[in-house]
Design a protein around this ligand. Structure first.
Ligand code: NZQ
Ligand code: ZN
Length: 392
């Protein structure tokens, strides 16, 4: 087990009607003026926003609003938010939505507290020194941004999707009412389940050998997500299944399943370029490349893939031929993705990649051929191009 630090400071308020506590939670933080940040309309349509406004008003908290955050949240909206918050002297940002709204809120929070152009924090030109406090009312279980240190923003010019990871942006609180996810379209629900799984898989595929507690937590979490993702295909309003998925979403990306290992994250880097260039749903982009990544790298540590096949996917306990068991597991995982309506190739997302586009994706993903990605197996620009070709 490698040395690690585990830091998960976000207060979680979980369960039915949890959103009614919004006003009092912000009051307790001594904040006076809130930006309520939201997406394209789901929170308005469901009546959630009205509940939130009522809770703020009851607590005597003033607020302004900014909606219109889109999936793969855009830098231009972040600039709009920064300007509004400065003008209105906002001292707290409340994100009502999913990963995109939360990440946009975090970026606005950075933009207010750091003197540089906020994009400099995302493309590595500057380091953040603070962030306005953020709170979340979660409406989709997926990205895990409600407890992660991460924020991912897309710059329209050049289609660049980049992340900024610091503890300054950890949310002060996350309100999680599984009922708020009932209205999700099935594709978004399952894309979210895929992302949740991948946040643990990215940490699970490691060369580290001794991490029994972390492995047990991770394998249990992955089995739980797979089981409940299937239930939600038939019963989208099953509270227990929604609740399991929602809690798994936070635990999968708050660092818990990575204690003692070095994460891989290659699939996330591969997806970020697809999201930046083609605006695909994040979870779908991950399932589209995962099988190709897995087949490209599994021989590096076939035993680890075999362990995944047996302990997570229930394959026959055959460690005498780990490569065979590993491949059976990869096939079974792709069968699962198909079962929940997720793509296992890029074409299935409506994107027909040309050879030039594969080159561009690999060039961007390797930061103009200046970095490698992955840790399970380190991948250079050529490897990245080959995986995109396999996944096309
Ligand atoms: O905009 P609205 O109308 O709300 O619709 C959204 C959106 O179209 C809809 N939705 C959300 N809650 C709903 C709902 N529709 C009906 N009922 C509800 N209750 O779902 C769509 C997707 O929302 P989005 O926020 O984009 O989803 P997700 O949570 O998957 O976030 C994806 C973004 O997070 C980034 C991804 O790259 C992507 O940009 N990630 C952020 C991470 C982090 N900050 O830690 C880690 C992840 O790996 C990921 O990269
Ligand atoms: Zn993700």
């Amino acid at each position: 087990m490698k040395n690690f630090e585990y830091y998960a400071p976000t207060k979680v308020i979980f369960g039915k009607d949890a959103q009614m506590q919004t006003g009092s939670l912000i009051q307790a933080l001594n904040c006076k003026k809130v930006l309520v940040h939201f997406g394209g309309g789901s929170a308005k349509k469901s009546g959630l926003l009205d509940n939130v406004f009522a809770s703020l008003t009851a607590a005597g908290i003033d607020y302004v609003t900014l909606g219109g955050v889109v999936p793969n949240p855009r830098l231009s909206k972040v600039y709009e938010g920064i300007e509004l918050c400065k003008k209105e002297k906002v001292d707290f940002i409340l994100a009502v939505g999913g990963g995109s709204v939360i990440d946009s809120a975090k970026a606005i929070g950075y933009g207010i507290t750091n003197d540089c152009d906020v994009w400099d924090l995302y493309d590595g030109k500057a380091q953040a020194t603070g962030c306005l406090p953020i709170g979340v009312i979660l409406t989709i279980s997926a990205a895990g941004s409600e407890m992660s240190n991460s924020s991912v923003i897309t710059k329209e010019e050049g289609g660049l999707k980049r992340g900024c990871n610091t503890d300054y942006a950890r949310c002060k609180f996350a309100i999680m009412n599984p009922e708020l996810t009932y209205t999700l379209p099935q594709y978004q629900t399952e894309s979210g389940c895929t992302d949740i799984l991948m946040h643990t898989m990215e940490r699970y595929f490691t060369m580290e050998r001794s991490m029994e507690v972390t492995d047990s937590i991770s394998e249990g979490l992955m089995r739980t997500v797979i089981r409940n993702a299937k239930i939600l295909m038939k019963e989208p309003q099953n509270y227990d299944a929604r609740a399991e998925i929602m809690w798994a979403g936070s635990l999968s990306h708050n660092g818990l399943t990575g204690c003692g290992s070095v994460g891989d994250w290659a699939c996330h880097q591969l997806e970020h370029e697809l999201g930046g260039m083609f605006d695909v749903a994040h979870g779908a982009g991950l399932s589209a490349v995962w099988g190709s990544w897995a087949r490209y790298v599994y021989k590096t540590n076939a035993m680890r893939f075999a362990q995944f096949a047996v302990n997570v996917l229930g394959m026959l306990n055959d460690f005498s031929n780990p490569e065979k068991t590993a491949l059976e597991g990869i096939n079974a995982m792709e069968d699962f993705y198909r079962f929940i309506g997720m793509p296992t190739s890029i074409r299935e997302m409506g994107v027909e990649l040309t050879d030039e586009q594969i080159h561009e994706l690999a060039y961007k993903c390797s930061f103009k051929n200046t970095r490698t990605i992955g840790n399970f197996q380190i991948l250079n620009m050529e490897d990245i191009g080959k995986i995109y070709s396999m996944a096309r």
